[in-house]
Write a protein that binds this ligand. Structure first.
Ligand code: NAD
Length: 541
């Protein structure tokens, strides 16, 4: 037990490496990439610090080279899920009562491992598993993941330091208990950092976790789990199970000790899980915490005073980086008629310079989309756009899945602001532009607000301060992360806490105190030094 009020090291964002041509860091990560490509990895379930091999196998492939097999992973059977839950519950007593500084220390060590000896492995694994360019892998798997771990340890201390006032003769104390039960973490394919943060943030606050990564991220999820264990996360505290998501979720939700879900993924799945939780509410020992960050239909609006080149660059980076597979990716763009032709021309010129291919070639800005389902969804959408008389393809539009799931960055213009590609999350490199009359600026702000069920990110470009203020007001509830003269992607932990409302999630802001507060259940302790010995108050005479 610590006889001291320790101070967590002040967190600083992990510096992003640039991987310039001929740099040693580039050579090192490429060497690791090639080594991993050439190996065949077997990923077992990890339950109570042990490998569980079920023999029911799934295969892993790089999306940009889908005929190549990276290895296999084991899928959980119902009894494995139950074992993961039992292991978590068995670990709870020791983990939840361990000194908080020891928990913080474990996750700070994990951050140091991510930023140090594991950096090339976690980046190369993310390049292979999710087809990220080195820059996209670096800002996600290395930097954002390390940032989540370091900033959360610091926020834990900030939370614990929040204590109530005490009158004379008493002492009020708040103890931030972990939830009574276990937390279920369900992560998406697109960010290795999110996959790591969902279980780690709950565990940091003293909870035990059953973690289900996406089937399409297992290759890099295994590295995350290895780092947790090397950092000292004890057996049973975080248990990793893969496999049929519905079966796993149903077993979790049939357990009375289910205490909360930390979810990131699509909106439909989250709503389905929420419905199930609601229907089973009588069987849980506590009201489960439900935290979910979900889909988006993120926008850029340019005011007539905007600088065309800046808007074009934001469309390219915000819409096409990581093939538009960020929840924050720009996918609907509103341009004023007076400068739309210039912005479109700049965008087309920049798009002509974009190279697409394997992330192993550092000249590629765009790589492949995650799987056949995503490829088909995007190809079908592009086909519908081609056939429509309400839309025109201004650039891109070609798809080729012969080697990898390649969808060319595609710029579309529509005359219908409610065209399906302005409303539906397609989750790919597809940006649709709607041109409005300059005089309709106000109406266009209202249109943006009511066009989609989501409210995740949005950006406004303008040189006119009044216009920026007007957009801030009119779009107050249209985005949880709102950008003035910047692209709508790239939130940094500790600087832009991330999350959206409406259909985009519970807006608990990943990597912030708001999120960590969801994983504790405070207990107030009042101590009276000299208790009363008579029941009578003075007014009784
Ligand atoms: P997905 O919904 O397909 O999968 C997310 C997770 O849910 C995976 O682990 C998956 O196995 C699991 N799942 C799928 N079906 C399930 C079911 N029936 N029951 C229980 N679990 C189930 O999402 P994805 O393709 O991995 O990720 C892309 C989605 O995630 C997009 O909608 C994107 O906007 C969203 N996302 C949001 C944020 C955010 O912070 N708002 C961040 C990243 C991704």
């Amino acid at each position: 037990m610590a006889n001291s009020c320790f101070k967590v090291p002040y967190p600083v964002n992990e510096p992003v490496r640039s991987y310039t041509p001929n740099s040693t860091e580039k050579e090192a990560v490429l060497e690791t990439y090639r080594k991993l490509y050439g190996q065949s990895k077997e990923v077992p379930l990890r339950i109570h610090g042990k490998d569980i091999k079920t023999g029911d196998l799934g295969t892993m492939h790089p999306p940009h080279d889908h005929k190549h097999q990276l290895g296999v992973y084991h899928k959980a059977r119902p009894e494995d899920v139950k074992l993961a839950i039992d292991s978590a519950l068995a670990a709870r007593s020791q983990w939840s009562t361990m000194d908080w500084s020891a928990r913080a220390s474990i996750f700070l060590k994990a951050a140091a491992l991510v930023a140090g000896p594991y950096r090339d492995i976690i980046n190369a694994s993310t390049m292979l598993a999710q087809s990220k360019t080195i820059h996209q892998a670096e800002i996600d798997a290395a930097c954002e993941f390390a940032d989540f771990l370091r900033f959360n340890a610091y926020y834990l201390q900030e939370i614990y330091e929040q204590q109530p006032d005490s009158d004379d003769g008493i002492w009020n104390r708040l103890s931030y208990r972990p939830l009574e039960g276990f937390v279920y973490a369900v992560s998406p394919f697109n960010f290795t950092a999110i996959a790591g943060n969902l279980p780690a943030s709950a565990a940091l606050m003293g909870n035990v976790v059953v973690w289900k990564p996406s089937d399409h991220q297992v290759f890099s999820a295994q590295v995350v789990m290895e780092i947790f264990e090397e950092a000292g996360v004890p057996p049973g505290v975080i248990n990793m199970v893969m496999g049929d998501p519905e079966m796993i979720t149903n077993i979790v939700l049939d357990t009375p000790e289910f205490a909360g879900i930390h979810y990131t993924g699509s909106t439909a799945v989250f709503k389905d899980i929420w419905t199930k939780i609601g229907s089973k509410i009588h069987q849980f020992k506590s009201y489960p915490r439900i935290v979910g960050e979900t889909g988006g239909k993120d926008f850029i609006i340019a005011h007539p005073s905007a600088k065309p080149l800046e808007v074009a660059a934001a469309i390219i980076r915000g819409g096409f980086e990581f093939q538009g597979q960020k929840c924050s990716a720009a996918s609907r763009v509103y341009l004023p008629a007076s400068i739309a032709p210039q912005i479109i021309e700049h965008t087309q010129k920049m798009m002509a310079e974009i190279q697409m291919g394997s992330p192993e070639d550092f000249e590629n800005f765009v790589t492949a989309v995650i799987h056949q389902g995503a490829f088909n969804r995007l190809k079908d959408a592009i086909e519908s756009i081609r056939k429509s008389d309400e839309a025109t393809i201004l650039a891109g539009g070609n798809c080729d899945d012969s080697k990898g799931y390649f969808v060319e960055p595609t710029l579309v213009q529509t005359t219908n602001p409610h065209f399906f590609s302005m409303e539906t999350e397609l989750f790919g490199p597809l940006v649709t532009v709607y041109v409005y009359e300059d005089k309709d600026w106000k109406e266009t702000l209202e249109l943006i607000d009511r066009t989609s069920e989501y409210a995740l990110t949005g950006a406004v470009f303008s040189q006119d301060r009044y216009a920026l203020e007007e957009a801030l007001g009119a779009l107050e509830n249209s985005a949880g992360n709102f950008y003035l003269n910047d692209k709508c992607t790239g939130a940094v932990v500790g600087q832009q806490p991330f999350g959206g409302a409406r259909g985009s999630g519970t807006n608990d802001k990943a990597g912030s105190v708001y999120n960590l507060l969801r994983w504790v259940s405070p207990r107030l302790i009042k101590e009276t030094f000299v208790p009363a010995q008579d029941f009578k108050y003075p007014f009784l005479g």
